[in-house]
Design a protein around this ligand. Structure first.
Ligand SMILES: *Cc1c(COP(=O)(O)O)cnc(C)c1O
Length: 662
């Protein structure tokens, strides 16, 4: 057990190490399984802990007599009610049979797969207690679990997770990556504008930046130093003085005044910009609208092979400096939603360093909603970083040097979004926001806190137990927190445990890539097939063009037809479907003309045919290789090879069909 965990000693039974044996990982026991192989295990756990819950109810004042009469269930109205309930549940259960078979290794579509038994069991166990993680009062147990889950993720990312440290990280859960990204924007903006408020309020005894511009463009680390100095200074004042100063600074904060009033009062300043790669998830667009910053403040930067172009970022930052255009944050994506590519986090950190020194400080956020958990591959159980060679041992080519450098630099960023409901194999809605220095969170606190928190583990937990003060949501499920925390306890976030699940996805992707290349050769007489760019992780795309065709419209039409076979169709019984994939597009504005040209050439498509109605982009297949049983070693089966066989047959069938000819 590491120090941070030991330091928060709340409930010893929860702190006990997972297991003493050295090899405490067993993939066979992790999931319910494609065939529900582990039904007995899950059922046993659900029944056992449901009974445990029933006894807990009974043992709270057992002297109270049962309120529901024991013979109630024999009455006609009771039975009629039960019959009606059963009827509706049967209908629901029947309807749910049309669900997407996420659990199946035949599903290569979106970012979802089977669920971890530890998470499902913990969630179901917790549900009937119905904890509300908005506050400790409504969730005496699960609020702590949420804060600790945040620390588990912080450690995975290389953030300080020792709660006795002043600058310990803080993380919390939310409904998903979208809301975690909102939280990043909210926090970065609060911290950016805060030093300006200190200046305007003319707080004495603290060395403040010389002018508004400097105050507004501090590096986040320097802004946190000011925040801490202010809190220390405040703590020394008399209670009356303290309240007065607190009010005075509060009155000058951007969150208090609102954008219009704040900027009217600070003519030197303007709305700050968010720099993100063009592959960024649309939650960034939503977030800028929601915060009232405006979509215009989101500047999308070009890519090189679907990875953020650092030169373009540097250039954009220089331009902002020349234009005196403040920057709120730069965003790097750790596993793009469409292509799984990893942005150069190290480059973004270095660019921020340079621009910060030049007086244009800003926040660095990593959107790791998809790829965050891949960080487990890069961590030893003791929390230290693994070398490129150590990480790469079980793989053919993963991780590229650039990918290793990106993960190694995570600890130098300001905040990260991670989705436990994606590569964490947990039920929806579990997203997480983690910030490197938890002290900044004070600025989001809804009610001013007059107590200065000294740094110790106890104070850390006390501070964050009022979770509702800091999070974007209000009431929310404590059962989700239990699921995330317990999964991380059973499968610690290092390469020897949780990392093994991630390793399986990488092996599958490497196998898929090899199979795709063989497939391209095998299909050469009927179609041109290519992987548009080498994958960084576990998402692989496939571009296909019928042989002899050079028109992008025809290629797209063909791919859309092919996708009809590979997509979920609620009008048809599930069993007629063989495999599931998803689609995405390649756009010249995202890829750049050169890169787009290269891919079009590989496919034999004339780039000048781009731009027609709806055909300003190329439609491609997208595969998420997340299911742990894609390579079924037990049965010596490869669903990946099965997929390519199926795809080959379908392509030939389509090419021969009359429909396609028309
Ligand atoms: C999925 C995803 C999101 C959004 O997360 P939700 O959990 O769907 O809200 C944001 N960013 C990236 C990179 C994603 O892959």
């Amino acid at each position: 057990m590491h120090r941070a965990e030991a330091a928060i000693s709340l409930d010893d039974s929860l702190d006990a190490p997972a297991a003493a044996v050295s090899d405490d990982f067993c993939l066979d026991a992790c999931f319910l399984g494609p065939y529900a192989e582990n039904d007995a295990l899950l059922e046993k756990l659900i029944v056992e802990f449901f009974r445990d819950h029933a006894y807990w109810r009974r043992n709270f004042h057992p002297e109270d007599p049962p309120a529901i009469p024991t013979h109630a269930s024999t009455r006609a109205d009771y039975q009629a009610f039960e019959a009606k309930l059963r009827h509706e549940l049967h209908r629901l259960s029947a309807a749910l049979k049309r669900s997407v078979p996420f659990h199946s290794p035949r599903y290569l579509g979106h970012m979802v797969s089977d669920l971890l038994i530890p998470g499902v069991a913990a969630q179901i166990l917790t549900l009937p207690y119905n904890p509300n993680n908005v506050s400790e009062e409504a969730a005496p147990v699960t609020v702590d679990l949420e804060v600790r889950a945040g620390l588990q993720l912080a450690r995975m990312l290389g953030y300080p997770d020792d709660t006795s440290r002043d600058d310990c990280a803080f993380g919390h859960l939310c409904s998903g990556g979208t809301v975690a990204n909102y939280q990043a924007l909210r926090l970065a903006l609060a911290l950016k504008a805060f030093p300006v408020a200190l200046r305007t309020a003319q707080v004495p005894d603290i060395t403040l930046p010389e002018d508004d511009w400097q105050a507004y463009n501090l590096n986040p680390a320097d802004a946190v130093v000011l925040l801490v100095e202010w809190q220390r200074w405040l703590a020394q004042q008399s209670p009356a003085q303290r309240r007065q100063w607190q009010r005075r600074v509060q009155a000058e904060r951007l969150e208090q005044r609102g954008m219009v009033d704040f900027f009217a009062g600070h003519r030197q300043l303007s709305l700050p910009r968010v720099l993100a790669p063009i592959t960024a998830h649309y939650s960034w667009s939503k977030g800028l609208k929601l915060l009232g910053l405006g979509r215009n403040q989101l500047q999308l930067l070009p890519e090189r092979e679907m990875r953020l172009d650092i030169d373009a970022l540097e250039e954009a930052l220089l331009q902002c400096q020349r234009d005196r255009q403040p920057v709120l944050m730069s965003v790097a994506v750790l596993g793009t939603t469409e292509y799984g590519t990893i942005d150069p986090v190290d480059g973004v950190v270095a660019a921020r360093q340079r621009s910060g020194q030049a007086g244009l400080g800003h926040w660095v956020h990593i959107d790791g909603a998809w790829g965050g958990y891949l960080a487990t591959l890069f961590r030893n159980p003791d929390g230290s970083l693994r070398s490129r060679d150590e990480v790469g041992r079980p793989f053919q080519s993963f991780p590229a040097d650039t990918v290793h450098a990106a993960f190694a630099a995570l600890g130098k960023t300001d905040s990260v979004t991670v989705d436990p409901h994606k590569l964490g194999y947990l039920p929806y809605g579990a997203g997480a926001f983690i910030c490197r220095d938890g002290r900044a969170m004070e600025l989001l606190r809804e009610e001013a806190d007059y107590v200065y928190h000294d740094a110790n583990a106890d104070s850390y937990m006390r501070r964050f137990r009022g979770l509702g003060q800091f999070i974007p949501e209000g009431s929310k499920s404590g059962a989700t927190a239990a699921a995330v925390y317990i999964s991380h306890q059973v499968l610690p976030l290092d390469h020897a445990h949780f990392g093994r699940l991630q390793a399986q996805t990488i092996r599958s992707a490497e196998h898929f890539l090899g199979a795709a290349r063989r497939f391209a050769t095998a299909m050469a007489e009927v179609a041109r097939v290519c992987v548009p760019f080498p994958p960084d992780s576990n998402l692989v795309c496939l571009a296909i063009n019928p042989l002899g065709n050079s028109d992008v419209g025809v290629a797209n039409h063909f791919l859309r037809k092919l996708y009809q076979v590979l997509r979920c169709d609620p009008q048809q019984p599930l069993q007629v479907k063989s495999y599931f994939a998803s689609t995405t597009t390649l756009r010249p504005d995202a890829l750049g003309a050169v890169e787009m040209g290269r891919i079009m050439q590989m496919l034999g498509i004339d780039p000048t045919t781009l731009g027609g109605d709806g055909d300003d982009r190329l439609v491609i297949l997208r595969h998420t290789l997340m299911n742990p049983y894609l390579l079924d070693e037990h049965n010596d089966l490869s669903y990946i090879d099965g997929y390519f066989r199926f795809l080959g047959e379908e392509i030939r069938r389509l090419l021969n069909s009359v429909e396609m000819a028309s």
